[in-house]
Design a protein. Structure first.
Length: 133
């Protein structure tokens, strides 16, 4: 495999680079989206900017995974493939952190204001039990 097709940790933008282009203050328009959990009782409301940042990061990860698939198809050395898998894992962890931060600052805060803290905390604990090893 030639060097121009090689994916490495440097091919994923750092959080500073990624957020530099996305940190403009918006007029805080909000979009509603449901998480698929009908029992929550409220739609998850996040800023358009936040949703765009998360989707952009996931799109980059998706591209990186396609690159790993190509590496495997081209019989790239296993250590190189493992390095790229580690890079994707790290990128996914960073996205998870953004989603968790959003949940804490938006959903938990809203639940506190609405008096639904116990329910929201239990749902967060259940999600973390599934997420964490």
């Amino acid at each position: 495999m030639n060097g121009s097709n090689r994916l490495d940790k440097e091919s994923l933008p750092t959080s500073e680079q990624a957020e530099h282009s996305h940190n403009q203050d918006t007029d805080h328009e909000h979009l509603n989206h449901t998480s698929g959990h009908r029992e929550l009782g409220h739609p998850h409301v996040h800023s358009e900017e936040s949703l765009r940042r998360i989707v952009n990061r996931l799109s980059r990860i998706e591209g990186h995974i396609r690159g790993i698939k190509t590496m495997v198809q081209q019989s790239s050395p296993c250590p190189d493939v493992l390095l790229q898998i580690a890079a994707v894992r790290g990128a996914l962890d960073r996205v998870a952190r953004i989603v968790l931060d959003e949940h804490l600052t938006e959903c938990i805060l809203r639940a506190a204001k609405e008096g639904n803290m116990e329910v929201e905390i239990e749902q967060l604990k259940a999600a973390l039990d599934r997420f964490l090893p």
